[in-house]
Design a protein around this ligand. Structure first.
Ligand code: DGJ
Length: 366
């Protein structure tokens, strides 16, 4: 039996080591280590996404709590802001779970992978998230949406539900629509929506989510205010078993990191490329370069977002940061963040482990 005190002491020692190292190198990312905010408290923003607004970076993610129960939403979505992407100020809970037992986001629901985008037409911050209704495991498979006029919120919950009821995907074949398929089963009530992201391309926003019992991704266009689907959507990588989608645009094409389906356990990462957001998407294999263990587990992490950095100078190669979660399902609050620079092998984005790296040296020499 493990002595709880020594575990706690060990955790404290790691936190202290992290603190000393960070003091020596305050601009370094340290993938997988405890990452404290500027108050010295571990950042609590899992399955998150980033946004740049008014000269600051904003990080929104799941607020987890201690223990196994901490994977359910007992608090909501936490926000942080930063000017350098390394030092993060706690901006509080941006979206709170509800005390109303009848609310879809009542305390104890599952609220995952929140992504916030700023709609310049409505001057509104729009948050989408994967929602599972309290007490129903992962059966509801809904998408939720909330809005705010500031990135730190408070976000106001608008609605949640399945996606595009009564509408077929634009690329569905007669076989896809045949009775007996998951797509046809869910046609009347709307398509399932689990792991998700939102990707803005010009003035169009897309909701990308694991659907059809996680077999197939769907890519659904949002209406101009970005708080609803507009009815146009496609199936992507049918029967590919992808989740954890994270999109970015580089070199005039669209790229997507994703994972396989192994619950909280990590699995080999995947990367895809397409000429259009709606595909067709083509596999570029496993993006991880490193040991067999690294390749099998994506550095013990699962993708959540890819951050494009502003160009350093006109014409410079764009730079991207891969963001992933190292889940700790038995003590959810202790989940870690794995951020790595996206490198390129020709047209293929690849990832290599770094114990520590900075914006200045992350892309140097490769
Ligand atoms: C993997 C997903 O990517 C996570 O967001 C979460 O839903 C877990 N599965 C639950 O097992």
């Amino acid at each position: 039996m493990i002595d709880r005190r020594s575990v706690l002491a060990g955790a404290g020692a790691v936190a202290l080591m992290g603190k000393a190292a960070r003091a020596a190198e305050p601009d370094a990312f340290r993938p997988g280590e405890v990452w404290n905010d500027t108050n010295g408290v571990a950042i609590n923003a899992h399955g998150g996404g980033l946004l740049r607004h008014a000269g600051r970076w904003w990080w929104h993610g799941e607020h987890k709590t201690a223990g196994e129960g901490g994977n359910t939403a007992l608090v909501g979505v936490h926000s942080y802001s930063s000017t350098d992407l390394v030092n993060w100020r706690d901006e509080g809970v941006a979206l709170s779970v509800s005390d109303d037992p009848d609310s879809p986001i009542t305390r104890g629901c599952i609220l995952e992978r929140p992504k916030v985008v700023y709609n310049p037409r409505t001057r509104t911050f729009v948050m989408w998230f994967h929602l599972e209704l309290r007490g129903k495991g992962y059966g509801a498979a809904q998408a939720g949406v909330a809005v705010a006029d500031r990135p730190q919120g408070p976000f106001r919950f608008l609605r949640a539900g399945r996606v595009n009821p009564g509408i077929w995907p634009a690329n569905a074949t007669p076989e896809d629509k045949a009775p007996g398929t998951t797509l046809a089963r869910d046609f009347p009530g709307g398509q399932m929506a689990r792991d998700m992201t939102v990707f803005v391309d010009g003035d169009t926003a897309w909701h990308i989510y694991a659907s059809e019992e996680n077999a197939t991704l769907q890519i659904a266009r949002l209406a101009p205010d970005w708080t609803r689907h507009d009815g146009y959507y496609v199936r992507a990588l049918p029967d590919g078993g992808n989740e954890a989608p994270a999109l970015f645009k580089a070199k005039g094409r669209y790229y997507m990191f994703a994972s396989g389906l192994t619950g909280w356990r990590p699995n080999p990462g995947r990367v895809y490329v397409a000429d259009k957001v709606t595909g067709p998407w083509r596999s570029l294999g496993n993006p991880v370069r490193g040991s067999e263990e690294d390749r099998k587990t994506t550095f013990h992490s699962q993708s959540t977002f890819v951050l494009p950095l502003p160009p350093q100078r006109p014409g410079a190669e764009p730079r991207f940061i891969f963001m992933a979660d190292r889940w700790r399902p038995e003590n959810a609050i202790d989940g870690r963040y794995v951020w790595l620079p996206v490198e390129w092998e020709g047209e293929t984005p690849v990832l290599r482990w770094r114990d520590r790296w900075t914006l200045a040296n992350g892309w140097a020499g490769k």
